[in-house]
Design a protein around this ligand. Structure first.
Ligand code: FAD
Length: 387
């Protein structure tokens, strides 16, 4: 069975890793840019959390965690996992929802605890809890890591297991009888395929359109700012990835911190993923910095050193993964629309997709809640913790 994967970011690489472990499977990954200059994977905030409200999202991250912890033995790489937790904050009215989420997470085996504003200030003396009703802190299994190391680990191990990787841009499909027969490259060359995986990240809708399918996935720009703080040593040593009720987040990175926020809906257009996304500096000045300074008084005096922007593959239906097929094309498999949480889900999604393609059904984690077919009747997966 010849399986062609379009896109060699972390999702394509993970899928190649899981598929190439199987006998009788011939895997070819097409990646147009092996420097990953505009891939979401390498431009992400590179973090993993258990703090979701949907059990399937929690379980996916738990498997992502297991993979990170075992990456040196499984993949031969050290992803430099820093297990420092997420702190999700609730404003005046959010405490009950946060508490409800914590019980859902506990039922799924995650170690998250709810803290009062006073307890938060006692635990983090640099922190100001004004206007908050509670905070949920991950006590284990959350933090950040090196996304390039994880990607490279999947890639190299898949090659050692027999997967082929080619630097080439897929440009279309040759279809017959409701199936893809060949993948066409920009060079004009065609490649025979029994199954095709769409792992094109923010370009996923374009790939789906080659088979005449419509996928609700848009490229939406997200900016990340790196700053340093003169009085930030203790904060850097102890801070979790902290998410304000406004959506502004920050976490330690190197000698400083990274931070970001999703833009307001009216300033969040669908972009052309073939263009390099621009950093939205106004977001930092207008929203991020005032919020940071109110939450962490030492952040009144910070200096932005650099910034970058990447694309979310934004699922406009519900901002959750779209996995599986649509009825109109029997051999095009989606692993798309992860919005802001695909890096941590890549390990479990790659494994699940390999099971769907090779075994015909999920064998380990049941990911059917993320079935791509839900786009046909607009059945949204409601995830309260979207960042
Ligand atoms: C700013 C930012 C912060 C984020 N923070 C986090 C986080 O903290 N935690 C988390 O879990 N997730 C986070 N994410 C989301 C995460 O980065 C993505 O969900 C994940 O990396 C998706 O991986 P992918 O392989 O699907 O996409 P990508 O990494 O974009 O890879 C897709 C690849 O497909 C290739 N490609 C596309 N079209 C073609 C074609 N026609 N032919 C050949 N190759 C093609 C591209 O070159 C690219 O390399 C963040 C994203 C951004 C932008």
């Amino acid at each position: 069975m010849r399986i062609v994967i379009v896109g060699g970011g972390v999702v394509g690489a993970s899928t190649a890793y899981w598929l190439s472990r199987r006998a009788g499977v011939d895997v070819l990954v097409l990646e147009q840019d092996p420097t990953y200059a505009t891939a979401s994977t390498t431009l992400s905030a590179a973090s993993i959390r258990q703090q979701f409200s949907t059990p399937a999202n929690i379980r996916l991250s738990q498997f992502g965690l297991e993979l990170l912890r075992t990456a040196p033995e499984r993949l031969g790489v050290d992803p430099q996992f820093k297990e420092r937790g997420y702190l999700l904050l609730a404003g005046d009215v959010g405490r009950d929802i946060l508490a409800d989420n914590v019980s859902i997470q506990a039922a799924a085996g995650a170690q998250t605890a709810l803290f009062t504003p006073d307890e938060l200030e006692a635990r983090f003396p640099w922190f100001c809890a004004a206007g908050l009703s509670a905070g949920a802190l991950g006590l284990s299994g959350e933090g950040w890591f090196d996304p390039s190391a994880l990607l490279q680990g999947f890639k190299d191990k898949s090659k050692r297991q027999g997967a082929q990787w080619r630097t080439a841009e897929a440009d279309g499909f040759e279809m017959a009888g409701g199936k893809i027969r060949q993948v066409r490259l920009r060079s004009g060359e065609t490649i025979d395929a029994d199954e095709v995986v769409n792992a094109a990240g923010p370009r996923a809708a374009k790939v789906a359109a080659w088979a005449g399918l419509s996928l609700p996935v848009e490229a939406r720009a997200r900016s990340v700012f790196y700053f340093e703080c003169r009085d930030g040593v203790e904060i850097s040593r102890t801070a979790p990835l902290t998410v304000d009720p406004s959506g502004v987040y920050f976490r330690p990175e190197g000698a400083g911190f990274i931070c970001g926020v999703s833009p307001p809906a009216e300033r969040d257009p669908s972009c052309d993923p073939s263009e390099t996304p621009a950093v939205d500096w106004d977001l930092f000045e207008e929203i991020i910095w005032p919020t940071l300074a109110a939450r962490v008084p030492a952040f009144e005096a910070i200096k932005v050193q650099s910034a970058w922007a990447g694309y979310y593959a934004y699922n406009t239906l519900d901002q959750n993964a779209l996995i599986g097929r649509l009825p109109e094309c029997a051999n095009l498999w989606f692993a798309n629309g992860f919005s802001g949480h695909g890096l941590q889900q890549a390990a479990g999604v790659g494994r699940g997709l390999a099971e769907l393609i090779a075994d015909g059904a999920y064998q380990t984690l049941d990911l059917s809640v993320f079935d791509a077919e839900r786009v046909l009747d607009g059945r949204a997966v409601i995830e309260r913790n979207v960042i």
